[in-house]
Design a binder for this molecule. Sequence first.
Ligand code: GLC
Length: 560
Amino acid sequence: MSRPQVASVVEAPRFGDDWWQRGVVYQVYPRSFADTDGDGVGDLGGIIDHLDHLGRDGLGVDAIWLSPIYPSPGLDVGYDVSDHEGVDALFGTETDFDRLVEAAHRHGIRVVLDLVMNHTSDQHAWFAASRASRTGPYGDWYLWRDPAGTGPDGEPLPPNNWVSWFGGPAWTFEPQRGQFYHHTFLAEQPELNWRAPGVEAAQFQMVRGWLARGVDGFRLDVFNAFLKHPDLPANPTRRGSSAWSRLDHRYDVDQADLPALITRFRDILDEAPGRMSVGELFVGTTERAATLTTDRHLVFDWELLKRPWDAAAFRAAIRRRERAFGPARWPTIVLSNHDQPRHASRLAGSIGAAGPDREAIAKAAAVIELTMRGTPFLYYGEEIGLGDVDIPPDESVDPPASWVGPEFQWWDRSQARTPMPWSDGHGAGFSSGRPWLRLGLDWKDRNVASQRADPDSVLSCYRRLLAARREQPSLQDGSLELVELGDPSVLAYRRLGSGTEVLVTIAFDRGGATVRLPVPHREPAWRPIAGTRLDMPSRLAPKDPLRLRAFEALVLVAEP
Ligand code: GLC
């Protein structure tokens, strides 16, 4: 079917080879972004059609990260890949993909793909070949082991005590081979054996293929699980509240030779400058994320995703991150993603805030996300304050959540994956058909078009903050120093980098706060440049009291 033409704007990207540090990445969940063929599922054409929202005339992000677009039976909603080199017909054609890369680049936006290399779908040709023959060329491409013995009922016993993150044993018996295979996730997501030379070679060839198509970087799904201990020993047990947490995961994640593997992967990316990679840390601490971060390989840590709306909690999270990463390592900033409750509803919910207070918190959280030290990763919809949507169980599309039940570690993720409301028109401008997941109840009011028209909306606040970040080099590369302003309910920090000094203040309380600003390091005064409200105070001397209203946040620069 015919699609609207992309405006023929050619824009140079804003940043050079260091865009992954200076810029802002936006996660697109393709199923829910925009649907152009009326099947109720978002597609690549929908992303092309909305590049204006993401580019300079809109938000002004520097890259988009696409959650998996590869052919997949969809049992883990795309994270069960049956062909890593192709595009799922659900999202469009190979040509659509090339058009998307080209159109994004024309808008000055880089494209980051989500690589799922820890496991495949059980429908992948590699797995079909591997399960069919122990001795064939794919025989050792997955983690096969003989049964540990036979149980009282004559059933084969799994090789060790490992369990799946999604619940149940991490081993499934395959009668064709008379062996078990390992899976950290669903049985339909068999784990690849990265220690088989053919596996690494095939993965790296696939990586080269996407790079040749113009892709600028990759997110690596659960990358610290790629390697297991070669002998697959039983994990020691410990106290815990779930089968997963009752094991000390010494042998199934975080093996000592992982950094060397990431170096070999980075070597391929570095054949041309300016390519980024970011690893999704699977079940690990902030300190672990920092250790695995290298020069050009970022690693997500989850410190900020766990905190309630509380100044002390955020201060503690920032302190821990700064200590773990130190000046030499560059962190990421993530408040929401496709696996976690959306932060607009999560943070407001943590203090029982609703109505205007909820909107104010969404804006204040955006200030934190876009001014801290690190590369921000926005999750589609957060720029309009989208929250989790109540999905009745019979409409949920998160098979692991439905199958596993209460032991599921991630609740029903459908709630945070609902369609993007673009307008108050038919189907919220998302689809002319029936959307694959229902829209939130508030889409008539909460949509991109209405927020674009309102200077005081969450979206307008995001645009101002992104513009401030672009204009202030210290927000892009500066160090972060926490500042005490005498009121513990106010979070404040300075950013000092290659530009002017920046001060950020956020009032966490309903009552707001009155504080006195610190003395800038070199200049005599502060000038507000962006914030959650439109009517900002003018120039402020350090002795002047600054009145912050409920959940108000302000970004100030030092000035003569
Ligand atoms: C990652 C993805 C998640 C998926 C899992 C298994 O954690 O973010 O959505 O279920 O990997 O692939």
